[in-house]
Design a binder for this molecule. Structure first.
Ligand code: ATP
Ligand code: MG
Length: 337
């Protein structure tokens, strides 16, 4: 097997707030191989964006990484000096932000913003070469290269999203983190951009962390899937195995919101109960208050790791192996308890 391009181990992050410390990411570990796409899913507030911005070292002032390593090609991004991080960011690892509309500066032409990133990281290129690269990137994401001369407000939402994707690819990074890159767009544009992004990823053999609420998208674009609940990674493995036979009751509950992964797309909004307050999360397994399978140990002790083939989960009372097609065996629904 190839060496991982990205290796995250024991990542923990906290936010200081007036009400106390938000334990937003706890002991998250995963590996990403070259050319691999990993989906990161979980309800709103489960810590997906917090993981992403830790990988980029783009943290707000009230955030503190309290532990862990983020190795990119064997170098720890979390312990690098500021200048060194800047040389990695966008160049080796880049990000498409959740609020992409806000990541373009309104007062600069879109082409000039991308040019600045290329000039910083690829000083060996002449201006003309850099401009040619930008025109190529615009074509790649399906934008007319003439648009480089326009300002963000002259773009539609779909065009801006494509420009932001072009910008994330400008320095030919090894790893791209896409945080809900299409959520703000209408469904047809979402599909088109998603397909383009997937083609680009596989043509360039980039590695990608794809964050989304949309399980159908995960099934379509990812090789691996990581499921987050209340700041913790609770299950991780090959997408087909996790979908086919989830180990963790939370994963199964997520899938039950989507009766068929080939069916119509729906948002992950109907799980009963509320995720916990991360200032004072439940002891033991953070999911136990909502879990129909909780046993005594779940309330007090951290769950052990259960390994099964390509995937693992952190659970005291794992689901049995499911055989046969997922549609007929059916995932567990929290509403059935
Ligand atoms: N700057 C901040 N200051 C304080 N708390 C924060 C900050 N950013 C995020 N949080 C809290 O950290 C937790 C994780 O948030 P995060 O944005 O990482 O979740 P997410 O999984 O990306 O959610 P979503 O799906 O809504 O984007 C939440 O409880 C959130 O309220
Ligand atoms: Mg988020």
């Amino acid at each position: 097997m190839a060496d991982p391009i990205l290796q995250v181990s024991g990542l923990s992050l906290r936010y200081q707030t007036r009400h106390g410390e938000v334990k937003a990411v706890e002991d998250v570990s995963f590996k990403l191989l070259p050319g691999q796409v990993m989906g990161l899913v979980g309800e709103s507030g489960s810590g997906k964006t917090s993981v992403a911005i830790s990988l980029m070292r783009l943290l707000p002032d009230n955030a503190r990484v309290t532990g862990g390593q983020v190795l990119l090609d064997g170098r720890d991004l979390l312990s690098m000096g500021f200048e060194e991080v800047r040389s990695y960011r966008w160049h080796r690892i880049s990000m498409i932000f959740q609020a992409a509309m806000n990541s373009l500066d309104p007062v600069y032409r879109v082409g000039d913003q991308i040019l600045e990133a290329i000039e910083t990281h690829n000083p060996e290129l002449t201006k003309r070469e850099a401009q040619e690269r930008i025109a190529g990137l615009f074509q790649l994401v399906g934008l007319d290269p003439q648009l480089t001369q326009r300002y963000p407000h002259e773009y539609s939402g779909g065009m801006r999203q494509r420009a932001v994707i072009a910008m994330s690819l400008a320095c030919q990074p090894d790893v791209v983190i896409a945080d809900e890159p299409t959520t703000a767009l209408d469904v047809i544009v979402q599909d088109r951009i998603l397909r383009r992004l997937k083609e680009i990823q596989s043509d360039l053999n980039m590695s990608m962390v794809y964050i989304t609420h949309d399980i159908a998208v995960v099934a379509e674009v990812t090789d691996r899937i990581g499921v987050m609940y209340a700041g913790k990674l609770v299950e991780l493995g090959d997408t087909s195995d996790v979908f086919g036979s989830p180990i963790h009751p939370y994963t199964s509950a997520l899938l039950s919101v989507f009766p068929s992964i080939r069916g119509p797309k729906r948002e992950l909004v109907t799980l009963p109960g509320e995720p916990p307050n991360l200032i004072d999360p439940p002891a033991g397994c953070r999911f136990h208050p909502r879990c129909p399978y909780a046993i005594d140990a779940c309330q007090t002790e951290d769950p052990p790791t259960v390994e099964r083939g390509s995937h693992w989960a952190a659970c005291w009372n794992p689901l049995p192996v499911q055989t046969g097609p997922q549609e007929t065996s059916g995932p567990v629904s929290l509403e059935e308890q």
